[in-house]
Design a protein around this ligand. Structure first.
Ligand SMILES: [Zn+2]
Length: 738
């Protein structure tokens, strides 16, 4: 899925931080420094291979992949989706890389008929609830485009007064309560934005609504942003956003097999036992349609923050004056989906896996979401194939995963992770996700802090096609142009201070990194080039859109392939794994300090003893320093003992192996098998999607949630578990030194 708004969030929050090294980009005349984790000789060899690799991805073949992948709508489980799986497998095989389909059987609803939204009073009017054919975009008339619907909405047929609930989040319902308006027994209408739509469904249901309509407000991704499609890239009046309303924040994956792989023989829940799906019907509509419902609404004038971009003052409704009929009819079946798993065996450590993943299924054509990423994966694979033919062998195994069923709820990745959990815990080095690789030219990334340096370093070696600078420079300069963060003082943003590093964000959810990081504790990242993207999950996320607005010359697809492959190669080939826990310690301390500020504001701080956490952070930070030094020293020693043919060489190699293992295990140590409160599938103690934020991360999840709930007993328990996790990670790093 990966909401377009998340990319904008990435850009806006990419402010400067005042503490780390200046982002110096070397001029071409300076000698290339050693790549992190490589010996001088290893670094030289690696750079040569990388340059050969980066010369392979090309706009022409990227364009052809995207054209093929977007030729038909390919919703998960359809025969058109299967055809894309075969295309990906056969392409990758043609590059000389082994590739197989991997099937799962998951609960997958399709709409049996288009949803019905009807105004009953003050007048009777059936809404269009259909995206218009656009003459310029040939695929927009494709009869296989799936009707507007929300994945995992139940069937339902309800008629009731309508209430406008703004974004449909708890503070919105509180604002309505002050006006004396509630949604009990009524139909809620919410605008998209500010959170994952499954959260809106959950909150509406909890507040007693009997149905939910979600619409794309023109303020969000329509005409308030700019020209609409096909004149511009923004959402036109008839367009709406499909998407899943699964309760992703509870658990992703097949709803019938939580925690287990959806393969034959695994017992399945009955529908009434499922806990991560909504019980009320949910239906998306366009702003053209929403206008018909919102304009006649009576009741109080909207509270602050509720006004959207339609040209009249919004009212909240809730009276008998406006009644609406909503009907959804779904066909729930267990259906097959197909991952494509491809492997390049590691030459020295074949039981260490660097995993690249991208989903392939789309709500319609998926030119941006997700097949710009699939295109980047195919071009990266083509690059690897070319290197293999020239004799390159990665030290560690590279696994390339094309996921199915992501749009419904990260189905393909979650089932695969659940099936291979034990092996992944042992073998996975890192998981590198790319969902929407390209909707423009603005680079953004999220990752665990141990990977920050690795990602930044790789962006320094990739050319930004538009400016000719590096991707890193473009990224950092854009961050500088953003408004300075209000929390930074003048001194921190002043011109005489060194320019800080571009910001990498926390991983929340909404894409396939979730099972890897938040279920198993595998270091993960997510990245892509964002832009003005107003056709998210619509019939217009098409080849025409991409070739006219997103990336007409397919050069950012090339950059995405180069960057993604470069990061994978460094993780696969480095002698000492480039994972730095010093940044992790700094980040967790920031999360904790931020949480304590919240606690103080809410007058909860006196109930929390900070000392054990401060002490755990100190030990973690010290151990991170030590292992980083040990890693650097050992890589140097390996080089030296090799040159001297010293008998100390095997010992140094063995030590580096222990250090590498500890660097992997440290992230695993941050998980707790007991899981998070009320959502035990999520085990990571530092990163989880927020219960109400959806896509965005809620760092120190249980601690933050307890503070939001003003529950000090829960807060103390959550903090104890975080401290235990940090201490485990510290112990894991320490053991590598003994
Ligand atoms: Zn996606």
């Amino acid at each position: 899925m990966k909401a377009y708004s998340e990319f904008r969030f990435l850009i806006l929050s990419a402010f400067l931080i005042g503490q780390t090294n200046p982002g110096v980009v070397l001029s071409q005349s300076s000698p290339a420094p050693n790549l992190d984790g490589f010996t001088p000789e290893g670094s030289t060899i690696e750079r040569r291979w990388e340059e050969e690799f980066r010369a392979v991805p090309a706009p022409g073949s990227a364009r052809e992949h995207l054209r093929r992948l977007t030729a038909e709508p390919h919703v998960a489980g359809t025969k058109e989706d299967y055809a894309t799986a075969v295309y990906v497998r056969d392409q990758i095989r043609s590059y000389g890389i082994s590739s197989e389909l991997k099937e799962y059987e998951v609960l997958l609803p399709y709409p049996k008929q288009p949803g019905i939204v009807e105004l009953i009073s003050p007048r009777r009017e059936k809404l269009t609830a259909k995206e218009a054919v656009i003459a310029e975009d040939p695929s927009s008339s494709n009869p296989k485009i799936i009707p507007l619907f929300n994945g995992y909405s139940p069937s339902g047929d309800v008629t009731a007064p309508l209430v406008y609930v703004n974004y449909g989040l708890p503070p919105d319902y509180e604002a309505l309560k002050k006006l004396g308006v509630d949604v009990k027994g009524k139909i809620a209408i919410a605008r998209y934005g500010n959170s994952f739509r499954g959260v809106k469904a959950k909150v509406a249901e909890d507040r007693g609504a009997i149905g939910l309509i979600v619409y794309s407000d023109p303020a969000d991704d329509g005409y308030m942003q700019g020209d609409v499609y096909p004149k511009g890239p923004w959402r036109p009046a008839s367009s709406a956003q499909r998407g899943s309303v699964q309760f992703l924040f509870k658990a992703p994956g097949d709803p019938l097999t939580p925690g287990k792989p959806a393969v034959p023989g695994v017992p399945r829940l009955k529908m009434e036992e499922v806990t991560n799906l909504p019980r009320i019907p949910v239906q998306p509509i366009s702003y053209g349609d929403a206008r018909r419902l919102l304009e006649p609404l009576g009741g109080p004038v909207r509270p602050k923050g509720f006004q959207g971009g339609l040209p009249f003052p919004y009212h909240v409704g809730g009276t008998e004056h406006v009644r609406v009929h909503l009907k959804t009819l779904m066909d729930y079946q267990v259906r097959k989906i197909w991952n494509v798993i491809s492997r390049i065996e590691g030459d020295e450590e074949k039981d260490r896996w660097v995993i690249m993943g991208n989903h392939r299924d789309a709500w319609t054509f998926g030119a941006v979401d997700p097949n710009s990423g699939t295109t980047a994966m195919l071009e990266a694979a083509r690059g690897f194939g070319a290197l293999l033919k020239k004799g390159w062998k990665p030290s560690r195994t590279i696994v390339l995963c094309s996921w199915d069923g992501e749009e419904y709820g990260l189905l393909g990745s979650t089932e695969w992770v659940e099936e291979n959990a034990d092996e992944l815990k042992q073998k996975a080095v890192a998981y590198l996700n790319v969902d929407s690789a390209v909707s423009g030219s603005n680079f953004g990334a999220s990752s665990v802090p141990s990977m920050w340096k690795l990602i930044r370093a790789a962006t320094r070696d990739i050319k930004d096609p538009k400016t000719g600078q590096t991707v890193y420079q473009q990224w950092q300069e854009r961050a500088r142009e953003q408004e300075p963060d209000p929390e930074l003082t003048n001194a921190e943003v002043g011109s005489d201070t060194p320019i800080a590093e571009a910001r990498i964000n926390a991983l929340g959810s909404g894409s396939d990194f979730t099972p890897f990081l938040q279920h198993l504790g595998i270091p993960s990242s997510d990245m892509g080039f964002g832009g003005d993207y107003g056709v998210y999950h619509s019939a217009y996320d098409s080849f025409y859109w991409m070739s006219h607005f997103g990336d007409p010359n397919f050069v950012y697809h090339v950059a995405a392939a180069q960057l993604w492959g470069t990061v994978a190669m460094r993780l696969a080939d480095a002698a000492g794994l480039p994972l730095d826990y010093r940044d992790y310690a700094v980040q967790v301390r920031e999360f904790f300090e931020e949480s304590m500020r919240t606690a103080r504001r809410r007058k909860l701080a006196s109930a929390i003893d900070e000392k054990p956490m401060i002490s755990a952070l100190k030990s973690f930070s010290e151990e991170a320093e030590r292992i980083e030094k040990a890693r650097q020293d050992t890589v140097a020693e390996i080089e030296q003992t090799r040159v001297e043919a010293s008998d100390r060489h095997p010992r140094a190699v063995a030590r580096l192996q222990r250090i590498n293992d500890a660097l992997l295990a440290a992230e695993r140590s941050l998980t707790d098998e007991r899981g998070l409160r009320g959502r035990t599938w999520y085990t990571h103690q530092i990163y989880a999607p927020g219960t109400y934020t959806g896509y965005a991360a809620q760092p120190l999840p249980d601690f933050r949630q307890a503070l939001d709930d003003r529950n000090t007993a829960h807060a103390k328990e959550a903090l104890d578990r975080i401290i235990e996790a940090l201490n485990r990670a510290t112990g894991t790093l320490r053991k590598a030194r003994d």
